[in-house]
Write a protein that binds this ligand. Structure first.
Ligand SMILES: *Cc1c(COP(=O)(O)O)cnc(C)c1O
Length: 643
């Protein structure tokens, strides 16, 4: 291998420049830093300084760190990109994007997006009744669109028509024929004209993990024949003129641009045919799907995308233009429903590594547990392997040691080996592994054949968080997220690790990491120091992960901080808001427990011991207080510096 500098080697481990989109980089002190507004070269925020400040304010980790300015930058970038392409192409419609709130319904997130999008009349999309309630209250711009997707009942449709009474541009996207029948009835009853969109089931399917959202078997949308019948029904009811939008959605995280191109061709063909039938459609809604390059490989891998936002916009604008010009119909306004790409970058999950676990983390004990006059042959064998460990090739040592360990397990089960002998064999086995790990640590590059062996020797770093709460897609669909230490990024990491969380679930681990279009089973991290906390960030978690987590093991929502840049501040930032995560009490409450009752029961029981010699009155009060403190406290572990 050619000689690479430390910083180049660190780049090859974490790929920060590749997935960071200019928002993330390594600062002078080797700390990860953030530039929340890409257009300003002025301010970078040192994340270690953010940690110091929030800890001082008593915010416990794990914690979601949010940068609202990144949301703003992403919204502006999307709108400006479309605007530029539309100008260049001399396209006659305008760009009227909407943000689908299901991707992140947090009020602060939606408000920031609405605010950043105001100059562009950027709107919102809802997919359920509760989301409709939220967008009704937030999208007050009369120019911007509110797109209503999802399955709808009469109540949902009534709410939409209420918005119409307020002259909002609320477009009900009809997904099932029945919705159209009910919408016609209700609009007569409420005496207000709807704005209608038709969701077309197109034959193009997405290519990534979410490909099932599109295609003919999709859960949503009308077939071409249903669209024709629908137009007829509306015409009979004098409402043909209310059909304003045609919609399709091929699925989220589209990894291959060809999928978008094909969908655009097919969707625009449907549009132009309907225009020719006299349906006055004004908007073409191409749905979501704009991907995020989680692994930085710019490839058609599941965690990446083989196109940029610029190419995405070009292919949509020029694609629609071409079909329309050929058919001689006017250019529709273009609507996208990008959620993932708007939100993924703006927040990350900050956790502390609290320990390393596994057999290789305890000291080797040479001693014997039994008085072994005639040690078992397996004991002698493993001792010999350890003695000659330095003279033998790694792989051979490992295979031999593993064979002895396996034999020992069988022998123990058969009653041939004593517990003491088994202990000696295990101690030696792990000591051999430890020596091997020490050797491969210093290798820069591990060949592919060697990888699985190296994976076997990986350390487990115990991280104070729950995969199920904070990184659900990592567990559910094996999605990759970049993981990077916050400090020591000028120092070459020496340990090959997998990450485990604090739930009691063996699925609560991360053992797949980004690796340019592939993945690796271990992540290189620094060895832990006794006197210095080690922090990791799980990045690009602002889309879906933020709001989908569950409370497996009753680990609740995380504390959350909102960080803004500030040129006048000595550290270049300020903490605008701290939102406390769920207390144990709150999480228990959702499971029908009553914290007051729980404390009362505890008190009664403790009191019944007072007077007996094990608990005196003073101590009983302390115990009750402690129980109540825990009910009010955070559901996660207390870190080293938080005791
Ligand atoms: C989920 C969804 C979106 C958002 O997709 P992204 O890939 O996150 O941009 C947009 N439209 C519809 C109809 C959806 O269901």
């Amino acid at each position: 291998m050619e000689d690479k500098t430390v910083s180049e080697r660190i780049d090859d481990i974490y790929f920060i420049n590749r997935w960071g989109e200019g928002y993330f980089s390594i600062g002078d002190e080797g700390h990860l830093s953030v530039r929340p507004d890409r257009s300003l070269s002025r301010s970078t925020i040192d994340i270690k300084k953010v940690i110091d400040e929030i800890k001082e304010r008593g915010v416990q980790l794990p914690c979601v760190v949010r940068f609202p300015e990144i949301l703003r930058s992403q919204v502006i970038h999307l709108n400006e990109t479309f605007k530029t392409v539309i100008d260049e192409a001399d396209y006659k419609g305008r760009f009227m994007g909407v943000f689908p709130v299901k991707v992140n319904q947090m009020r602060e997130v939606v408000e920031e997006i609405v605010d950043a999008g105001a100059p562009y009349d950027f709107g919102l999309e809802a997919g359920s009744k509760a989301e409709l309630l939220s967008v009704l209250s937030l999208n007050t711009n009369k120019e911007s669109l509110t797109i209503l997707n999802g399955h709808k009942d009469r109540e949902y449709l009534r709410l939409a028509l209420l918005g119409r009474k307020l002259q909002r541009k609320m477009i009900v996207v009809v997904e099932r024929f029945q919705e159209l029948i009910e919408l016609i009835e209700l609009s007569k009853e409420m005496n207000v004209e709807p704005l209608i969109g038709l969701r077309a089931k197109i034959s193009v399917k997405g290519s990534g993990k979410w490909s099932e959202s599109g295609g003919e078997k999709a859960k949503f949308g009308l077939s071409v024949s249903e669209i024709m019948q629908g137009v007829k029904l509306l015409e009979e009811n004098g409402l043909k003129g209310t059909v304003k939008l045609i919609h399709f959605h091929v699925g989220s995280q589209v990894v291959n641009i060809q999928t978008i191109k094909d969908a655009i061709s097919e969707g625009t063909r449907i549009y132009s045919e309907l225009i020719k039938l006299g349906v006055p459609i004004e908007y073409m809604d191409v749905g979501g799907g704009l991907g995020v390059d989680y692994d930085g490989s710019q490839s058609a891998h599941d965690s990446s995308r083989n196109y940029s936002t610029e190419i995405y916009a070009s292919d949509i604008v020029y694609g629609i233009q071409q079909v329309c010009d050929l058919a001689g119909v006017k250019h529709p306004h273009i609507v996208t429903e990008s959620g993932r790409a708007m939100t993924a970058h703006h927040s990350f999950v900050l956790v502390e590594v609290v320990d390393k676990i596994g057999p290789m983390t305890t000291d080797f004990r040479e001693g014997s547990y039994d008085d072994l006059e005639k040690p078992h042959i397996l004991v002698t064998n493993i001792k010999e392997i350890l003695t000659s460990v330095h003279e033998t090739p790694f792989q051979e040592v490992f295979n031999d040691a593993l064979a002895v360990k396996t034999d020992a397990e069988n022998a123990f089960r058969l009653g041939i080996l004593s517990l003491g002998e088994k202990a000696i064999i295990e101690d030696h086995f792990w000591e051999i592994c430890r020596v091997l790990r020490g050797k491969i640590k210093h290798l820069d590059f591990i060949s592919e054949d060697f990888e699985s062996f190296a994976d076997n020797l990986a350390l487990q770093y115990l991280c104070n968080f729950s995969v199920f709460q904070s990184l659900p897609d990592s567990w559910a669909i094996d999605q990759l997220f970049p993981v990077v230490p916050i400090t020591r990024l000028k120092e070459l990491p020496t340990e090959h690790c997998i990450l485990v969380d604090i739930t009691c679930d063996s699925d609560g681990k991360i053992d797949k990491f980004i690796n340019l279009g592939k993945y690796k089973n271990t992540l290189q991290l620094h060895s832990l120091k006794e006197d210095e906390p080690y922090y990791l960030g799980f990045f690009l978690t602002g889309a879906y992960q933020d709001v989908m987590g569950d409370t497996h093991n009753l680990f609740g929502r995380l504390n959350e901080v909102h960080i803004f840049s500030d040129v006048d501040d000595p550290h270049g930032f300020y903490v605008e808001e701290v939102i406390r995560g769920a207390s144990a009490k709150k999480v228990l409450n959702t499971m029908q427990y009553n914290a007051g009752q729980m404390a009362y029961n505890m008190k009664k029981e403790i009191d019944s011991f007072v007077g007996l010699k094990n608990i005196n009155p003073r101590e009983s009060v302390k115990l009750i207080d402690f129980f109540e403190d825990c009910l009010n406290g955070y559901t996660y572990l207390r870190g080293k510096e938080e005791e």
